[in-house]
Design a protein around this ligand. Structure first.
Ligand SMILES: Cc1cc2nc3c(=O)[nH]c(=O)nc-3n(C[C@H](O)[C@H](O)[C@H](O)COP(=O)(O)OP(=O)(O)OC[C@H]3O[C@@H](n4cnc5c(N)ncnc54)[C@H](O)[C@@H]3O)c2cc1C
Length: 320
């Protein structure tokens, strides 16, 4: 079973089918009205795999007020929704999504004091990783090669090279499903390997902003360069992927199990297991979500048969 996205458990949309584009202003201080776009946007344009059909509605939010407005609007219309960042950990179904996709573009950074960053959840995580290191801090150097947003990285507790996002989170501001703000302090948050408290939170609608506390370091920059070099050597950088498809099972490396199963280079339709890194599956041309799902099933079955190990997906499957 693929992990399924937390979704707002609301009923079918009741918005009239006309007009195709509509805007709603609510009481956001941002002058730009929210622009909801109906049945035009393809999810393949909003993820690193380049896979995914149309979503019923699509809206971009540029500040926290707009995010709240979009969530409240979806609630009022009984429309299910998802909040996405760069779609770098998502497999969108080729049939699309039968609700509203809220694209997070909340991209501010505030330096509260040295090493103390308050960051909009739509800010690029790799950019924050590079900036914080250049400013002399350690804790996010692993983020330099992770092409997601801050919100996605905290939601997934993204990590690499022995570091994880959750290690340096000081507090997180969320929007609840009721459209209310809530601040969660470090003491309320416990993270695990690719696990965050947000994944199981019933009343979470979105992470809106994250505060990180980093320590001074003279060696972080050198480490970041090493990590980036290693990525280039070991990962199919530049190919359409979603990073590692599976979590590492306790005591094993998922990539090694797949490689030892002889599956590197294996293809289903346009989906292929990378020859460079066996836990990276690539859209090598025209892959559908079904191709990926079949390839994932094939790998799970083979690894189960050969090693009696059950692989679990890291990627999130978003379906209609
Ligand atoms: C080339 C490549 C390398 C990668 N390397 C790594 C790596 O080293 N380590 C690692 O851990 N991951 C890695 N990844 C996976 C991915 O980049 C991370 O998981 C990233 O943090 C996901 O961020 P995103 O903004 O793209 O999230 P999305 O893919 O957009 O969303 C992922 C999930 O988070 C939820 N989400 C996103 N934003 C919010 C928000 N603001 N509020 C609430 N929920 C939200 C979505 O609803 C979804 O469930 C890699 C991916 C690629 C393509």
């Amino acid at each position: 079973m693929l992990l399924s996205l937390h979704q707002n458990p609301h009923l079918e949309p009741t918005i009239s089918r006309k007009p195709i584009h509509f805007s709603c202003s609510f009481k956001s201080p941002n002058k730009n009205k929210l622009q909801f776009i109906r049945e035009e946007k393809l999810l393949s344009d909003f993820c690193t795999w380049g896979i995914g059909g149309p979503c019923k509605y699509f809206v971009q939010v540029f500040d926290q007020h707009q995010l709240v407005s979009a969530i409240r609007f979806c609630n009022e219309e009984s429309m299910k929704y998802i909040v996405i960042g760069k779609g770098s950990n998502c497999l969108f179904d080729h049939l699309g999504f039968d609700g509203c996709v809220i694209l997070n573009r909340i991209e501010f950074v505030e330096r509260i004091e040295p090493g103390f960053y308050k960051v909009g959840s739509g800010y690029p995580f790799n950019r924050l990783g590079v900036q914080s290191v250049n400013e002399g801090f350690t804790g996010l150097e692993f983020g330099g090669g992770i092409p997601g947003t801050v919100g996605g990285a905290v939601y997934m507790n993204a990590g690499a090279n022995g570091q994880e996002s959750g290690d340096v989170v000081e507090s997180v501001e969320i929007i609840t499903t009721e459209g209310e703000y809530r601040v969660m302090d470090r003491s309320e948050l416990s993270f695990g390997y690719r696990l965050s408290p947000f994944q199981g939170m019933k009343d979470l609608a979105a992470i809106s902003c994250v505060t990180f506390r980093l320590k001074c370091s003279k060696s972080a920059r050198r480490r970041q360069q090493e990590y980036l070099e290693r990525r280039k050597l070991t990962q199919p950088v530049g190919e359409k992927s979603a990073g590692s498809v599976f979590r590492n099972p306790p005591g094993f490396s998922a990539a090694q199990l797949i490689e030892r199963s002889g599956l590197k280079g294996c293809k289903v339709g346009g989906a292929m297991i990378s020859n460079k890194h066996a836990n990276f599956f690539i859209n090598c041309g025209g892959a559908t979500s079904q191709d990926m799902i079949e390839l994932i099933g094939l790998v799970k079955g083979t690894v189960r048969d050969q090693f009696d190990v059950e692989l679990k997906e890291e990627i999130i499957y978003v379906h209609p």
